[in-house]
Each structure stands twice: as structure tokens, then as C-alpha cells.
Unconditional design. Structure first.
Lengths: 83, 400
């Protein structure tokens, strides 16, 4: 697998933009809770979609440290490398 | 800055719920239960359709007598933890009764069902283990996962294939994998496809814990829950449950054939660091269990009533959950409509639970009803009529 933080981050942004409620001007440094107005359940549900696309499971405790889309991308890349 | 300022959002959400002059739905007082199905609310006799008291046993004369006798004989409290001075003969007796009922060798009794989930999940899944939770799990299961140190992975609700996929990703990773499902899900009343989960468990070597809080006394020929109904009890390693629903009292338990369960008594903080159940509750619970065992017809009446309510609400043009089960939820789209609907039902003499997102699946507000074996057909028809009246008044019934 050759995913990089940049490619995963771009994929997350693309997935998010498929939801019409998400602001149009998001990028890798957007904050998931503050800028996207996601509550904790919405974050978990959206991560589930990304997990399916990238065939990875993100443990819930890892989510606690994630603020931005790039943080999530970096976490996914490190999980994929570990497996 | 006030210590409460982080709750300003909560305060304004609550204010908007009561803005139209409606009640605070989280502050309803049942002044007095009159029977299992009728309570006095705001001075009026109100039909109770939101109690989880599935068999009506909170008002069982046998259980009441047992409680009175036990209080007279043993006093009203134990004043101590199960691992110190809080284990009396009655606690042992109740554990043996539950073991016999579930046909499992080991049983631990906790002070609530919430603590039973907290105490088993946090202790079973350790630092190097994985906990796999259904996305729609009850708060006590999520909280148990936070009290413990395992890595926590969610799978899609009631989707055994999705679980399988996630277990496959963990193949070769050291650590035990503990899967947690519920028998009947508390918000929508949908039933777990237990046989499918049992098959995944067998194939992957994971451990399976089933919280049968809403299904014990309700499903299965002997009332042992969905695992019994589906014929897969041998695949369920741990059954967790509560006395606060079909048994009508309070308390929780975990039963298992694994001898290791007895070690959990010495490392489960929600078991060790709280006082044990008082004698009168234990005696009432054992009497209620006898009622549950001796009256299988209660389960038949309960399911008949569930179908009557489910069919009636659908015929009234309301959207409900997929299955007729003792939990029947009416699904609405808008929180303000749900709040107004709920208030009007109570004005007209029907109490149900108002469940609001994020505690509900899919962000929909719910009018959550629960049915009882002791409801008469006339009481159910009256509740359905009142639902239909309010739906018409509010113009939200789907064309039937
Ligand atoms: C699925 C589920 N598990 C556990 C519990 C907790 O039970 P208890 O009320 O005994 O604490 C509940 C009830 O609230 C529940 O719905």
C-alpha cells in the first residue's frame, strides 16, 4: 500500500464533501469538531465510512487525540503501516 | 467563569424543549403507581407505556411479600461491598438461582445492570485486548469500554458481516477479541441476529458477550433471551442482564460457564467498590424469577400485546421500528414535533419515553413505548387511539 498522509487527507475531504451539510471550504487543517460542527457520534459514524474505504479499523481511543483532518489521515497511515 | 459554563449549550437545548410552555420531559414525576399499567401523573390516572416493566412484576404480590419478609428478617441494607461484609446467604442463593435458570455454572450479581456491564466489560477486556462493540450499544457498554484499557472498535449495527471484516483486519494481532452485542436494542426494539454473530465468533475464535437486558423473560422458550430463542447459547460466553426490566426490581448479573468469572470478582471495580444489593431486593428478585419461570403465558401475552401495539401504530399512519417487540418506537423527523407530540400524549393520558438525539440511532427523535404482559387489549387500543388523534391534530400521519 502506498497511501500517504496527503493522499488519505484528500480522500477524507472528498468523502466529507459528499455530505451537503459540510462547509465547502474545508482542507487538511480543518478541525473536525469545531469547523465541521460534528458531535462525537457524527465523528464516529463518519470515521466508519473512511474505515470501509481504506480497509482499516481506527480504535476509539485513538480518536481522542485527533483534532484535524490531517491528524486523522496521519493516524490512519500509521495504523496501515503497523498492520 | 462558572464551572457550569461548558453546559451552556445543554441549557439552551433544554430551554428550547420547554419553550412552547411544554413540560421538561426529563423531570416527569409518577406520583404513585396504581397498578403495573396505570400511574398517577399530574394528579391524573395515566396509562404507562414506557416502563420496561415487561411482565408487570414490579407489582407482583409474591415479590412484595418476599421483600417485606426479608426486610423484617434481615434488615434493609448490607452496608458493604460484596468482597467485604456485603455478601450474605441471600446473595449466594440468588447467584445459584440465576446459574440454575441460565444453566451456566458461574454467576456474579452486581448492584445495577449498568454496573454489570461496566464491571464485566472493563475487567474482561484488558490492555492488550480488543473490544468490538455494536455501533448502537447502550451507554453502559460504551462506559465499560472507557473504564477498561482495551482498544475499542465499533462495527455497524446488527451487521455480523461488518464485524467479520473488522475481526479479519485483526488477524494475527495478539490479544483476545471480545465482541459485545445486545439481545433487543433498547431504542428501536430490534433483535440481534444472534446465530449470525455466533457463527462469526466460532470462525474467528473471538469471545462473545450478550447483554440480554431487554430480552430475558421476553424471548426464548424458557425466557433465557435471544441466545435461547436462536439455539446458540453454547456460543455465548457471557450473558449480562438486569433485574430492572422483566424482573421488576433492581440489580444486574453476569452468568458464564467459564470458571475464570470468579477471578473477575477480585478485579472488577464496579463490583468491588460499591455496596451490595439489600436483602429485600434480593428476596423480591428471587420471587419474581419464580413467577417468570412458572408463568410462560406472560411471555405469550407480552408478544401478543407487542404485535397489537405495533400493528395499531402503523395502521394509524405512524412510522415505527421494523419488528414487533416489547419496545415499539415511533420515529419522527423533527425534535420540536416530537416534543409537542409527547406533551399532547401526556395531556391525553398516555405516558411514553421521549428519546432525543444523540441518544437515538440515526439522529431521529423517538417516542419510545414499551409494552407489558399486563396491559389489557383495551388499554392498548386506547393508547393507539390517542396516538392516532394526536397524529391527526398535528398533521403528521402518513396517508394510510
Ligand atoms: C441494554 C441495556 N443494558 C443495561 C442497562 C442497565 O440496566 P440497569 O437499569 O439495571 O442499570 C439498560 C437499561 O438502562 C439497558 O437498556
Amino acid at each position: 500500500m502506498s497511501e500517504t498522509v496527503a493522499s488519505v487527507s484528500a480522500l477524507i475531504v472528498k468523502t466529507l464533501l459528499a455530505n451537503p451539510k459540510v462547509p465547502r471550504d474545508i482542507n487538511g487543517s480543518s478541525k473536525i469538531v469545531e469547523d465541521l460542527a460534528f458531535d462525537s457520534l457524527a465523528v464516529m459514524n463518519f470515521v466508519m465510512e473512511i474505515e470501509d474505504t481504506l480497509d482499516v479499523s481506527v480504535p476509539l481511543d485513538r480518536l481522542a487525540d485527533i483534532r484535524t483532518i490531517d491528524d486523522l489521515a496521519a493516524c490512519i497511515v500509521s495504523l496501515k503501516q503497523a498492520s | 467563569m462558572s464551572i457550569f459554563s461548558k453546559y451552556e449549550g445543554l441549557a439552551s437545548a433544554l430551554a428550547s424543549v420547554t419553550a412552547g410552555g411544554g413540560r421538561n420531559p426529563f423531570d416527569v414525576v409518577i406520583e404513585k403507581p396504581i397498578s403495573s399499567t396505570v400511574g398517577l401523573i399530574e394528579g391524573r390516572e395515566t396509562l404507562l407505556f414506557g416502563t420496561n416493566n415487561y411482565l408487570g412484576l414490579s407489582q407482583s404480590p409474591a415479590a412484595i411479600n418476599a421483600a417485606v419478609e426479608a426486610a423484617k428478617a434481615y434488615g434493609v441494607g448490607t452496608t458493604g461491598s460484596r468482597i467485604a461484609n456485603g455478601t450474605q446467604g441471600l446473595h449466594r442463593q440468588l447467584e445459584e438461582r440465576l446459574s440454575a435458570f441460565f444453566r451456566r455454572r458461574h454467576c456474579m450479581v452486581f448492584s445495577t445492570g449498568y454496573q454489570a456491564n461496566l464491571g464485566t466489560i472493563s475487567a474482561l477486556a484488558g490492555k492488550d485486548d480488543y473490544l468490538l462493540l455494536d455501533a448502537d450499544s447502550h451507554a453502559s457498554i460504551y462506559d465499560g469500554s472507557r473504564l477498561g484499557h482495551a482498544q475499542v472498535i465499533r462495527f455497524r449495527h446488527n451487521d455480523a458481516d461488518d464485524l467479520h471484516k473488522r475481526l479479519r483486519r485483526l488477524e494475527g494481532t495478539p490479544g483476545s477479541k471480545l465482541v459485545v452485542v445486545e439481545g433487543i436494542y433498547s431504542m428501536m426494539g430490534d433483535v440481534v441476529p444472534m446465530a449470525e454473530f455466533a457463527a462469526v465468533k466460532r470462525e474467528t475464535g473471538a469471545w462473545l458477550l450478550a447483554d440480554e437486558a431487554h430480552s430475558v423473560g421476553v424471548m426464548g422458550k424458557h425466557g433465557r433471551g435471544v441466545a435461547e430463542a436462536d439455539g446458540v447459547e453454547d456460543d455465548v460466553d457471557f450473558v449480562v442482564g438486569t433485574f430492572s426490566k422483566s424482573l421488576g426490581t433492581v440489580g444486574g448479573y453476569c452468568v458464564s460457564n467459564h470458571a475464570g468469572l470468579d477471578l473477575i470478582r477480585l478485579c472488577s471495580r464496579p463490583y468491588m467498590f460499591t455496596a451490595s444489593l439489600p436483602p429485600e431486593v434480593i428476596a423480591a428478585t428471587m420471587a419474581a424469577l419464580t413467577e417468570l419461570e412458572n408463568h410462560p403465558e406472560l411471555r405469550i401475552r407480552l408478544m401478543d400485546n407487542a404485535r397489537r401495539l405495533h400493528t395499531g401504530l402503523q395502521a394509524a399512519g405512524l412510522r415505527t421500528g421494523p419488528q414487533a417487540s416489547p419496545v415499539v418506537s415511533v420515529i419522527l423527523d423533527d425534535v420540536a414535533v416530537a416534543v409537542a407530540f409527547w406533551n399532547r400524549l401526556l395531556d391525553l393520558g398516555v405516558y411514553v419515553n421521549l428519546s432525543l438525539p444523540p441518544a437515538t440511532p440515526d439522529q431521529h427523535p423517538l417516542l419510545r413505548t414499551s409494552v407489558m404482559a399486563t396491559h389489557t387489549p383495551a388499554e392498548i387500543d386506547r393508547a393507539v387511539d390517542i396516538f392516532a388523534t394526536v397524529a391527526r391534530e398535528m398533521g403528521i400521519s402518513r396517508a394510510a
